[in-house]
Design a protein around this ligand. Structure first.
Ligand code: FPP
Length: 251
């Protein structure tokens, strides 16, 4: 029996975010270069997207390229950009067949022109799809997003379209690049690292965190199902006590 049969379909996280980590170490273990790890990471992306769509997750955000990743050797950055283009070209049909809608967060205007063009084509093509939203974080960081939100909120206050007194948590969420999706219920990070690495800093406030030693290129459907099963065993209290979750009328 595969693990997906054990999943409670009534308690599927609406939004799962993943820090895909360990591509370089996976390749090194195999005596190969880092790009080989990223190439095999694409297989894990495909498997995970398919599994997420199958069990009814609505949003899957993958940390594919951070604002700090530009500091990697040029060859690796160029390789990652080419991989992105080839993945877009190769997966277009499958995304359409599975009703997957592609979106991005991050400052994509700084990506190479051919990457921007290909991304935009697929975003447009999949925009009416009604299934999973596959959201790629590209040239993204949580601090960048919050900084951007602060700048835009300030502009709105200055031109009188926003009143300072009315700014609340929802206002901030609406100014972030994740404005059209609920906050993640679950964050997964692979490769045995226990850091947030500047990912979704505002949105992960109440997410459950699952860390696994599996290196990203080895991550398969069953790993996602296992993470969902672990998530379903957690009790999400949102600052309340256990008894209040079981009996919501308890004061
Ligand atoms: C982290 O591993 C991985 C990345 C920074 C890039 C992730 C990219 C892919 C999986 C391929 C392209 C993505 C899509 C969406 C098609 P690392 O290099 O930091 O590994 P290490 O910590 O072992 O060095």
């Amino acid at each position: 029996m595969t693990l997906d049969k054990l999943i409670d379909k009534e308690n599927i996280p609406k939004h799962v975010a993943i820090i895909m980590d360990g591509n370089g170490r996976w390749a090194k273990k195999k005596g190969n270069n880092r790009l080989f790890g990223h190439k095999n990471g694409v297989t894990a992306v495909k498997e995970t997207t398919e599994a997420a769509a199958t069990i009814g997750i609505k949003h899957l955000t993958l940390y594919a390229f951070s604002t700090e990743n530009w500091n990697r050797p040029k060859m690796e950055v160029d390789g990652l950009m080419s991989l992105l283009v080839s993945a877009i070209e190769n997966e277009s049909k499958t995304l359409m067949k599975n009703q997957v809608r592609l979106t991005t967060i991050g400052d994509t205007s700084q990506l190479p022109n051919n990457v921007q063009t290909k991304l935009q084509e697929l975003i447009n093509k999949t925009s009416d799809n009604k299934g999973l939203n596959l959201n790629l974080a590209l040239n993204y960081s949580g601090k960048w997003d919050i900084l951007n939100a602060v700048k835009n909120i300030t502009k709105a206050v200055k031109n009188d379209t926003l009143d300072t007194e009315q700014i609340n948590y929802d206002t901030i969420s609406e100014y972030l690049s994740t404005k059209n999706m609920p906050d993640p219920d679950l964050l997964i990070r692979t490769s045995g690292e226990y850091r947030l690495s500047n990912f979704l800093l505002w949105e992960l406030a109440y997410a459950e965190f699952i860390f696994t030693d599996t290196l990203w290129p080895d991550f398969r459907k069953e790993n996602l199902y296992q993470a969902i099963l672990d998530f379903q065993k957690r009790e999400r209290r949102f600052g309340q006590i256990s008894e209040q979750i079981i009996n919501p009328n308890k004061k």
